[in-house]
Design a protein around this ligand. Structure first.
Ligand code: F6P
Length: 319
């Protein structure tokens, strides 16, 4: 193998740059050239390629976002578009591709694998929702960002004795909300994986108030409902004003944590090894602290499962 390509796709995640850096440097270590594809599958289709050498990924490990840019490109579902991308790869003499993104990005990757082109996937999304791996690149950084924001919200909630609903990202997954709820000591967390009971939430808040607690933090994952909606429902039941904070895209930004940088470095290097071994249609992941690989379709044929033991623990600790 003499030349491979790498792209980032879907919503960006902190640590994507560190993963690209690892791909480039691991490949260089083995004398393999790397081409960076700009704007994900859109750039692949338009032939937006640039050579990446050791220097071009210098001072990137600490930078958030993705210097290759990313895009959502639903047109890649069309066969003619996929064929154009494949033609571009082959015309550039590229023999393998590393795709960094979520399960949607893996679907695109599998269309190229079906056409005989080797692709390996690296999970990169703040949602932590890629089945088959316990962690995705970006989750730890986003989690720390959310916890830091909630700590600050709690300061003002305490001063003014307010109740706050904090809406966090995660698409259809509750990991970000759940882990942040546990780490920030939220009174209640609503996640898509577990049905919520409004009366139970109100009862918990009232129990806290009876103990003298004058503020509360309720985290709602965006996959459940918008923060404003749950605040309205709670206000209607409690008669008390409930403030709302929607954290939004700040959750996707920022310098990756050390943990995300290490994971990204491990994933990037392992993806290159898989391509060198002639593997295709494999996804990289981590299970029980071991970097592993598995059939990429598993990532979109199965549903993501949240760690419900954390949910139980969160409920037990926030009585
Ligand atoms: O997948 C990452 C993510 O940030 C989700 O948490 C969120 O639902 C979505 O992307 C938002 O996407 P966009 O920035 O395209 O609106």
């Amino acid at each position: 193998m003499k030349k491979i390509a790498v792209l980032t796709s879907g919503g960006d995640a902190p640590g994507m740059n560190a993963a690209v850096r690892a791909v480039v440097r691991k490949a260089a270590y083995h004398g393999i050239e790397v081409v960076g594809v700009k704007y994900g599958y859109e750039g692949l289709t338009n032939g937006q390629f640039e050579e990446l050498d050791l220097g071009s990924v210098g001072s990137l490990i600490q930078r958030g976002g993705t210097f290759l840019n990313s895009a959502r490109f639903p047109e890649f579902k069309e066969d003619a578009v996929q064929q154009k991308a494949l033609d571009n790869l082959q015309a550039a003499g590229i023999e393998g591709l590393v795709v960094i993104g979520g399960d949607g990005s893996y679907r695109g990757a599998m269309t190229l694998v079906a056409k005989g082109f080797p692709v390996v996937g690296i999970p990169g999304t703040i949602d932590n929702d890629v089945p088959g791996t316990e962690y995705t690149i970006g989750f730890d950084t986003a989690l720390n960002t959310v916890v830091e924001a909630i700590d600050k919200i709690r300061d003002t909630a305490t001063s003014h004795e307010n109740s706050f609903v904090v809406e966090v990202m995660g698409r259809d997954a509750g990991d970000l909300a759940l882990w942040a709820g546990l780490a920030a000591g939220a009174e209640t967390v609503l996640i898509p994986e577990e049905a919520y009971d409004l009366d139970d939430i109100v009862e918990r808040l009232e129990r806290g108030a009876a103990r003298g607690k004058k503020h509360s933090i309720i985290i709602v994952a965006e996959g459940v409902m918008p923060g404003h909606k749950i605040a309205e429902l709670l206000e209607a039941k409690t008669g008390k004003k409930t403030r709302v904070s929607v954290l939004g895209h700040m959750q996707r930004g920022g310098s990756p944590t050390a943990r995300d940088r290490v994971l990204a470095s491990q994933f990037g290097a392992y993806a290159v090894e898989l391509l060198m071994e002639g593997k295709a249609g494999r996804a990289v992941g981590v299970r029980n602290h071991q970097v592993i690989d598995y059939d990429m379709p598993e990532a979109f044929q199965k549903n993501h499962e949240a760690d419900m033991s954390l949910y139980t623990l969160m409920k037990e600790l926030s009585i």
